[in-house]
Ligand binder design. Structure first.
Ligand SMILES: *[C@@H]1O[C@H](CO)[C@@H](O)[C@H](O)[C@H]1NC(C)=O
Ligand SMILES: *[C@@H]1O[C@H](CO)[C@@H](O)[C@H](O)[C@H]1NC(C)=O
Length: 228
């Protein structure tokens, strides 16, 4: 619309019917179309390549946990279980996605470091107990323990709004051990690793496929609009 208005104005000013602006427009459109089709072809090739990748074998979560419906498409918790009258939710991220380079230099190390956010809630309590943990194939370490309002519980809390608890390492050793026992008793240990690792793989694969599709259709859009 704006282009049309400008073109009309330019022609009127020049007092000529020479459609020079149209020619200029068509020229620049042709150039970007060439880049667009290169990009679209490249996106399509990679998309196909990735869609042909064989998924890893399906891993089930430890039997006491169930997978939360729709977790693959959201940012919320992945696993849930009840323990007495408590509800335990588990969210997961890769450490490298939170702290750039946080996984170290080694690619394998990086992929084998997960970040867990565990919430323990009780029906009659307004706050829930939060554990931020590092999860490795053969170990689980607690980073922090804090109390947070239940409303904040959904999803991953990278930037908590309240007190994040004491530095875990500064706590008395006995207290650290008992806190470890506390989450261990609720089924939070290294046995979650293989399921969560496979789950993240599926999620990342889906995100990547979606990225190729959405970037592709965004770039394709003006062409489609013109054809309509
Ligand atoms: C646990 O996750 C489920 C599903 O996302 C959610 O409905 C529930 O509120 C969560 N519980 C807590 C305490 O965050
Ligand atoms: C992890 O916890 C589950 C459930 O409590 C238990 O069956 C399993 O043996 C534990 N795994 C390890 C490695 O301690």
């Amino acid at each position: 619309m704006l282009k049309k208005v400008t073109a009309v104005a330019a022609v009127a000013l020049r007092g000529s019917h020479r459609p020079s602006l149209m020619a200029t427009c068509r020229h620049s459109t042709t150039v970007s179309t060439a880049v667009n089709s290169l990009l679209l072809r490249s996106l399509k090739e990679h998309y196909l390549e990735i869609s042909r990748m064989t998924p890893p074998p399906k891993v089930s979560p430890p039997s006491s946990f169930s997978i939360i419906k729709g977790a693959l498409d959201g940012n919320g918790p992945v696993l849930t279980r009840s323990y007495g009258n408590e509800e335990i939710n588990v969210s997961v991220m890769r450490l490298a996605n939170i702290v750039p380079g946080g996984g170290g230099d080694d690619g394998d190390d990086e992929i084998n470091q997960l970040f867990l956010h565990v919430t323990v809630s009780k029906p009659e309590q307004r706050e829930s107990l939060h554990f931020l943990c590092g999860l490795y194939p053969d170990a689980l370490g607690i980073h922090s323990v804090s109390m947070r309002p239940k409303a904040e519980s959904s999803g991953f809390l990278v930037v908590p709004s309240g007190y994040n608890g004491p530095v875990f390492e500064d706590l008395d050793e006995k207290m650290r051990d008992v806190l470890h026992n506390y989450i261990e008793e609720r089924g939070i240990n290294q046995s979650l690793f293989s399921f969560l690792q496979a789950w993240l793989y599926v999620k990342e694969h889906r995100n990547l496929m979606r990225w190729f599709r959405s970037v592709g259709s965004f770039i394709n859009e003006p062409k489609n609009a013109k054809e309509d």
